[in-house]
Design a protein around this ligand. Sequence first.
Ligand code: 3ON
Ligand code: FE
Length: 489
Amino acid sequence: MQLHERASTVPTHSYQRQDWQGGYESLKTEYDYWIDDIEGQIPPDLQGTLFRNGPGLLDVNGDAVHHPFDGDGMISAIAFENGRAHFRNRFVRTAAYVEEQQAGKILYRGVFGTQKPGGWLANAFDLRLKNIANTNVVYWGGKLLALWEAADPHRLDPATLETLGKDSLNGILADGEAFAAHPRIDPRCNQDGGAPCMVNFSIKPGLSSTITIFELDPAGNVIRQHAHNVPGFAFIHDFAITENYCIFFQNPIAFNPLPFVFGLRGAGECIKFQPNQPTRIVVIPRHKSRQVQILETQSGFVFHHANAFEQGDEIFIDSICYESFPEVEAGSNFKQVEFDALKPGQLWRFHLNLQQQSVSRKLIEPRCCEFPTMHPEKVGRFCRYLYMGAAHTASGNAPLQAILKVDLESEHRQVWSAAPRGFVSEPIFVERPDGDEDDGWILALVYDATHHRSDVVILDARDLEQGAIARLHLKHHIPYGLHGSFTSE
Ligand code: 3ON
Ligand code: FE
């Protein structure tokens, strides 16, 4: 009897941690092949290329990185053409990647705690940033750019993924100058007669921090650029846009650089969450002449925003919020994470009133989720459907195993799950031209622990629960990635 009772109190999970860990093995080979192992059918009208970025190497010659965000950027391209699909992956040949691969050892410290061999003495006072180009990849203005938020982009050949070098955006960025990894594309910019434009930013953190906004026309030229000073240290990974504003969440953190300077910790491990201080919401008008406003809301930590839109003097913004910053401990191993001990990221809606300078918020989705995406034509406007990576179970913190569709109007939900042995990445919505807002496909890489390989999964965005339209089995796995984009050009 006692045995039975004990067994029933053991928490049941939709996953095994060991399965999840398999998706964080390095992928050392670069491939180039037509995918021929396919379940279901690739829709013939799905035409274009899915580009993905993320850490491809989780070790340098056997020496593990301390955190996946420190892994060298690897681009995957899945090109859909008349019902067939081609796969290719290449590492971004950053200067540091080339040097480290030649040396066969870690030569640079990583922001998230990777250290050079030799202890703190070998690391102290080495304050160089290793530009690892691992966070996002976008095709804009005829250029394929791999992005990492603390430094300049790398330009790649979109057909071969060969690294062409660093890109200054036609002379705008100085060598090493930051350009964030979260550009937003305004589908109809009201300053450009309704032409699309790409909006991005850079952060220069310090005792006060500088936020610079960049807007690029479809040819890739920076047509608007303005910089703003905000009080306090800022670690800002993402932002949201509306037709007239850029919105930033300045998370309440303190930064003590000494452990970094003395070789004990990475810069990102010197961030301390400040639970008793509010989050500042920085609202920067996209028209240079107007005033910046800073509002305050209850504390929390945000990496990613889903979308924002305006209604008169009010702004609504949907964001994934954590109760605090997931601090990385110096002696810890990220693969041993106790999912149950952490709080999940959840989707909240913030309601800003610019006249009254007030903010209220409400929880939209309690399920653990990350990597929100949506129809590209709705960016900055009211949008009905959001898609995101989510946990298989409706409550608690767990790895992402499912794709969740949220209908913000009816509050209806759909879930497609790859549990127990599948783990998802950021979903990407690809529209079917001239259709309804959810007329299109969801594309996601799914790590399949049973075969230690990844699948490209294609779902019908209108009906996730009917199951995958197609599952393209790759010949290998792809380590869990960060962000990507789809281009039909
Ligand atoms: O020293 C300062 C502090 C700091 C952290 C200044 C700084 C600019 C050097 C800096 C650098 C920040 C960087 C390089 C941030 C990079 C972030 C990154 C690569 C990824 C962030 C991902 C976020 C999320 C939420 C990922 C979630 C992933 C899953 C749920 C996975 O399965
Ligand atoms: Fe991100």
